[in-house]
Each structure stands twice: as structure tokens, then as C-alpha cells.
Write a protein that binds this ligand. Structure first.
Ligand SMILES: Cc1ncc(COP(=O)(O)O)c(C=O)c1O
Length: 357
């Protein structure tokens, strides 16, 4: 078989899709300030693993309806459990949204610079992106333009992120409501970083059927490796999401761990969030003292303007400190994204950054 023979069988989408870019060649000793994760696993993990040793029915499919986890999330979110769809990560939740709403050629609106998986997943599902960029420097969403664009034919979905990744900026409650109220589309509010901000659009679900909230256990619950997310929406819509998702897409180990975290570690989560917010303010001050510009942050990471960003990132990598270099991305010239970690780890970052600067 000739080398390129397989090419002719690929779909147009597959031909044009490349793997998601992760930082390559990261040594095991590195401190990762590039993934927006929490610095420690949840306190309950060790007990969870010991209990698992005595009771691990991994030969079974267990509960494909995730009944208990849905009840626990419903309690955490103050909604009914029929409004929850459990997903294999926030990323899979985006895929489910694309599959539920987009036919080939349908449009979705994003507000860049923002999380890249909206465009990746929706384009894999044959959607067409209509970007409405955030206003430069303030990172405010252009709600007028979003509402106007949503009325174009074929627009089905709008993705808002609150707080937004990578700008760490927020959308005020009244702006979110205005967009949900006046747009002719389903509005998804990604609240993966909500705990570091404190406000939510969940109460608006009582008023609007075209609103969906996207969540993940990766950030607030320190479970990025477990791959668990969920959607919150109107009950009828949630039935559709349930029909679209993989019937048993989340592993027994992962959903049991998520249950345990919500049952046993809510106060641990609160402590971690408080620590991160305190460190966020300290790191902002210290980086500002070094002459860098730090955008106001409502998340567990900072967007920082720094001259020669790529060179600095490369030099820090040699010292086992990994930042997320965003400086080659549109709208983000000279910008790096820095995860806020524990006090000791943040001190190491500051020390090594001072050495380089
Ligand atoms: C804004 C936003 N949404 C969703 C996700 C997806 O998170 P996960 O797939 O780990 O659940 C991320 C991950 O970084 C994110 O930044």
C-alpha cells in the first residue's frame, strides 16, 4: 500500500484536524503553571482508594444513570437532579452540545480569546464559528453584537465563559441575562472556574429554557485526571443530552470519586478556593512589582503581559517551571497564562522568574 493511500478515506473534517496542543517534553520534576489545576488532590482520595480495595465491582457497568452523583450535584447546585447530565469531562460536554444542536453548516458564536475546545469540538461536528471578539484590554463581551449575530439564520449556539479562560475576566450577571433573554439561540455559560469568582447563572435556569450551564470537576474539585463534568439545563433538554451522551461514558472509578468528593470534601474545596484566591492577590502584587502587567483575575490563573514572553517561558522551562505561552495567539500578543498554585510553589515561580528577569 502506498504511503498516502489512507488519505482518500478521511472525512474533510479529519483531514483538517490536528491534535490538541499540550506542552511537550515536560520533565516529571516540573511545576506546572500551565494547566489551571489545583495544587493538591482532594483529601479523600487515599481513603477512597483503600475502600476501593475492599469493594470494587469493576466487572459490572454499575449505574449508567449516575443516580447518586446527580443527586449530590443537584444539592450542590440547588437544582433538581433531572436537570443534570453527567459527562466524561467538560470537553465531552462541549461535544454533546455540538451534537445536540448543530447540523452541518449551522453556526455557533464564541467570544475570543477564549477556550479553544468550543471551536474544535463544534467544527468536528460540522459547525461554523462566528467569532465576536471581546473588547480589547478590558475583555468585556460585546453583548449587542452577540445578540445581533444570534439572529442570523443558522445560528444555534452561543458560548460564554464566566470567568473566561485565558483572560480570567468575568461577564456581569445582567449582561449574561440580557444575552440569554434577547438572543435567538441556546446560550451555554461555561462556569468551570465559578468557585474562584463566586457568582453563577444557575438561578436564571428558572426563567430561561435556552440556557445551559457547563461544569467540570477538573478545577474546583481537583479531579482533572478523573475526567468528570456535567451540564445543567431544562429537564426536557437534559433528556436529549442523556440520549446523545455515551450510555456509560464515565468510568465507575471516576464517578464514585466525584461522589466521595462532594460527600466528604466540600469544606476542603472551600479551603482550597480561599487559599487560591489569597495567593492570586499575592502573586498579582509580586508580579506587578516585577514590572509585569497582570490583568484583573477572577479565576485560579492570571493573564500576564510580559516582553519576550516565549523566551521567558523557554528559560523557565529549563528551570522546571512551565507557563502557558499564549503570545503567538491572536488577541494575546505578549501574554502568558499562569496558574495560581500553593504558596511555596508560587514562591518558587517568583524566585526563578526574578533570576531570569
Ligand atoms: C473554560 C474551560 N471549559 C472547559 C474546560 C474543560 O475541562 P475538562 O475537560 O478538564 O473537564 C476547561 C479546561 O481547561 C476550560 O478552561
Amino acid at each position: 500500500m502506498k504511503k498516502n493511500d489512507m488519505q482518500k478515506y478521511l472525512s474533510e473534517v479529519a483531514k483538517n484536524t490536528t491534535p490538541y496542543q499540550w506542552e511537550e517534553g515536560v520533565s516529571g520534576k516540573s511545576l506546572r503553571f500551565d494547566t489551571n489545576t489545583l495544587p493538591f488532590p482532594p483529601e479523600c482520595v487515599d481513603d477512597f482508594l483503600v475502600n476501593l480495595e475492599n469493594n470494587c465491582p469493576i466487572n459490572e457497568y454499575a449505574d449508567p444513570a449516575y443516580t447518586k452523583l446527580k443527586q449530590l450535584i443537584a444539592k450542590y447546585e440547588f437544582v433538581e437532579s433531572e436537570m443534570i447530565t453527567i459527562t466524561n469531562s467538560g470537553d465531552e460536554a462541549i461535544d454533546i452540545l455540538a451534537k445536540t444542536f448543530l447540523d452541518p453548516g449551522d453556526c455557533f458564536i464564541t467570544a475570543p480569546p477564549t477556550y479553544e475546545m468550543f471551536s474544535i469540538q463544534c467544527e468536528i461536528n460540522r459547525g461554523v464559528m462566528l467569532p465576536v471578539p471581546l473588547k480589547k484590554e478590558t475583555w468585556e463581551v460585546d453583548s449587542k453584537e452577540i445578540i445581533k449575530k444570534s439572529r442570523q439564520p443558522k445560528v444555534k449556539l452561543i458560548f460564554l465563559v464566566n470567568p473566561n479562560n485565558p483572560t480570567a475576566s468575568i461577564i456581569p450577571e445582567e449582561t449574561v441575562e440580557n444575552i440569554v433573554n434577547k438572543s435567538d439561540a441556546v446560550v451555554v455559560v461555561d462556569e468551570v472556574y465559578r468557585e474562584f469568582y463566586g457568582k453563577s447563572a444557575v438561578p436564571l435556569l428558572k426563567k430561561y429554557k435556552n440556557l445551559v450551564i457547563l461544569r467540570s470537576f477538573s478545577k474546583f474539585a481537583a479531579l482533572a485526571g478523573a475526567r468528570i463534568g456535567y451540564l445543567i439545563a431544562d429537564k426536557k433538554l437534559s433528556e436529549k443530552f442523556d440520549a446523545i451522551r455515551f450510555p456509560m461514558g464515565v468510568s465507575f472509578l471516576s464517578y464514585k470519586l466525584a461522589e466521595t468528593v462532594l460527600e466528604k470534601n466540600k469544606s476542603w474545596i472551600n479551603q482550597q478556593v480561599t487559599m487560591i484566591i489569597r495567593e492570586r492577590e499575592r502573586l498579582t502584587k509580586e508580579l506587578t512589582k516585577l514590572g509585569l502587567y497582570v490583568y484583573p483575575s477572577f479565576a485560579n490563573f492570571l493573564l500576564v503581559k510580559i516582553a519576550n514572553a516565549s523566551i521567558i517561558c523557554r528559560k523557565l522551562k529549563q528551570k522546571n517551571i512551565i507557563l502557558r505561552d499564549r503570545s503567538s495567539k491572536k488577541y494575546l500578543e505578549n501574554c502568558v497564562r499562569i496558574t495560581v498554585r500553593s504558596p511555596g510553589e508560587n514562591d518558587q515561580l517568583l524566585k526563578k522568574l526574578k533570576e531570569i528577569l
